[in-house]
Design a protein around this ligand. Structure first.
Ligand code: NZQ
Ligand code: ZN
Length: 398
C-alpha cells in the first residue's frame, strides 16, 4: 500500500531580499544598536568590491571584520572568530560569501552563546551532540548559489586533524535575512558555477528520488520543476562570461528553494549521496559538488530496485521520456543524468576525483564512525550497500 505524506510543521523564518542593488538595504535590516561582525572567506568579496559595498551600506553602524573562513570551513578557524566575538562583544553576525562562509558563521553564531565546550554542538563521533539553546542573530549576503545555507538551519564543519566533515542543525541558526543579488554571481569562475548547479540538483534529487508518497503532488511537482529548470539553464549558467540576469536569477532562486525545507515537507529523504560525498572531501579535499556528481549515477544504479517507481516518474516528468518499457525509461533517465552532469563539466566517476580502490575501506569505515551505517529513505543502505556504491562509482566508465 502506498505510504501517505506524514504530518509536518513548516516554518522558515528567513526573510529573503532578492534582486538588484539590495545590499544597500542592509542598514535598515540590522538594528542600529547592534555591533556587527562581518565574516567572509578567502578574499573574493574584497577583490570584487562586495565588501566595500557592505561597508558603505553599514557606514552608520558599528562593525568589525573577520576574514579567512576557508572553503569547507574548519572548526579551528571558526573558533578564532568566536574568541573575537567574546572579547569584543559583537552581537550580530553578517556573513558575506558562499555556503562555507555562511555555514562557518552559523557555527560561530551558535558557539558564541553555547555554555560548555562548543565541540559538543556536534555528535557523530566528534562531540556529545548537545542541544543548541540560542545563537547570535545572523544575516547573510550570498555570493554563490549552491548550498541553500542562506535559507536553512544546517551547517557542515570540517575537523582538519580528524579528517571529518560533520553537520549540525538548529532552528536558532536560520539566518534572520539573506540578500540574494543574482549579479553577484557574475564573478564566479566556471568551476563554481558548475558546482552550484550540481549541488542544487543533488539536493532536489535527494528529497525526491525515494518512493512514491500519497498527498505529495506539491512536493513532487516543485522538485520536478526545479530539476527541469536546472537542466535547462545549466549549460548557460556555466558560461562564465554570459552575464544574463534572467538566467542567473533563475539559478539563484532555484538553489535557495532546493534546500529550504519546502521540498522535504512530509516526505522521505535519502541523503546518502551527500553522506558518501562528505567522506571523500574529508579525505582528499575534492569540492563538495564534485563528490556528489561522481557518486550520484552509481547511487541510481545500485539503488535502482528500491527507487524504481520514483525513477520511472523522474524519467517521464523530468526528462520527458515516454517511449519504451519502464525498464528502458529508467535506463535512459540514468544515462541522461550522467550526460547532463558531464555537459556542465562535472566528474561522473570516482576515478576523475582521485579516489582509488584502496581508499574504499577507509571511506566505509568513516561512514560507520559518523553514524551513517543505515542511511537512505528506508534506512536500508547498510555499509555493504555503500561499499557497493563506491565500487560502482569507481568502475563506471561512461
Ligand atoms: O573564499 P572566497 O575567496 O570567498 O572564494 C570562494 C571559494 O573559493 C569562491 N566564491 C564565492 N563566491 C564568489 C566566489 N568567487 C568569485 N565570485 C563569487 N561571487 O568560491 C569558492 C567556493 O566557495 P564555498 O563557499 O566553499 O562554496 P559553496 O557555496 O559550494 O559551499 C560549500 C560548503 O557548503 C557545505 C559543503 O559541505 C561545503 O563545506 N554545504 C552546506 C549545506 C547547508 N548548509 O545546507 C548543504 C550542502 O549540501 C553542503 O554540504
Ligand atoms: Zn550539497
Amino acid at each position: 500500500m502506498q505510504q501517505e505524506v506524514t504530518n509536518f510543521v513548516f516554518h522558515n523564518p528567513t526573510k529573503i531580499i532578492f534582486g538588484k542593488n539590495q545590499i544597500q538595504s542592509l542598514s535598515a535590516l540590522i538594528p542600529q544598536d547592534k555591533k556587527i561582525l562581518i565574516t567572509y572567506g578567502g578574499g573574493s568579496v574584497q577583490r570584487f568590491g562586495t565588501l566595500d559595498r557592505v561597508r558603505e551600506a553599514l557606514a552608520d553602524h558599528k562593525f568589525g571584520e573577520f576574514g579567512g573562513i576557508e572553503a569547507n570551513p574548519t572548526y579551528e578557524t571558526c573558533m578564532r572568530a568566536v574568541e573575537l566575538i567574546k572579547s569584543e562583544q559583537f552581537d550580530f553576525i553578517l556573513a558575506v560569501g558562499g555556503g562555507s562562509v555562511i555555514d562557518g558563521s552559523k557555527f560561530i553564531a551558535a558557539a558564541a552563546e553555547f555554555t560548555g565546550d562548543p565541540i559538543n554542538i556536534f555528535a557523530k563521533g566528534i562531540g556529545s551532540g548537545e542541544e543548541i539553546k540560542s545563537a547570535l542573530p545572523l544575516g547573510t549576503v550570498l555570493t554563490l548559489p549552491a548550498t541553500g545555507s542562506e535559507m536553512n538551519s544546517g551547517a557542515v564543519i570540517t575537523f582538519k586533524e580528524k579528517k571529518a566533515k560533520v553537520s549540525f542543525g538548529s532552528p536558532f541558526v536560520f539566518p534572520v535575512f539573506s540578500i540574494l543579488e543574482p549579479e553577484l554571481t557574475y564573478t564566479l569562475p566556471k568551476r563554481q558555477l558548475s558546482n552550484g548547479i550540481t549541488d542544487s540538483f543533488v539536493h532536489i534529487i535527494e528529497q525526491y528520488l525515494t518512493y512514491p508518497v500519497g498527498g505529495a503532488r506539491v512536493q513532487d511537482g516543485f522538485a520536478e520543476s526545479l530539476l527541469r529548470t536546472l537542466i535547462e539553464i545549466g549549460p548557460e549558467v556555466i558560461q562564465e562570461d554570459k552575464h544574463d540576469y534572467s538566467i542567473r536569477a533563475d539559478f539563484m532562486w532555484t538553489a535557495t528553494i532546493a534546500l529550504n525545507k519546502l521540498l522535504s515537507t512530509g516526505v522521505p529523504g535519502d541523503w546518502s549521496t551527500h553522506a558518501l560525498g562528505h567522506e571523500i572531501t574529508a579525505l582528499n579535499h575534492t569540492d563538495h559538488a564534485r563528490t556528489l556528481s561522481a557518486i550520484l549515477p552509481a547511487v541510481m544504479m545500485v539503488r535502482r530496485e528500491q527507487k524504481f517507481d520514483k525513477l520511472v516518474q523522474y524519467a517521464e516528468n523530468v526528462w520527458g521520456i515516454t517511449d519504451g518499457s519502464e525498464e528502458v525509461k529508467v535506463d535512459a533517465a540514468i544515462l541522461k543524468t550522467a550526460a547532463f552532469l558531464r555537459s556542465i563539466d562535472m566528474p561522473i566517476t570516482l576515478k576523475e576525483i582521485d579516489v582509488k580502490s584502496e581508499d574504499i575501506d577507509y571511506l566505509v569505515e568513516q561512514l560507520d564512525i559518523h553514524g551513517n551505517s543505515h542511511i537512505s529513505e528506508r534506512g536500508d543502505q547498510t555499509l555493504a550497500v555503500s561499499r557497493a556504491i563506491y565500487e560502482k562509482a569507481l568502475e563506471l566508465d561512461f
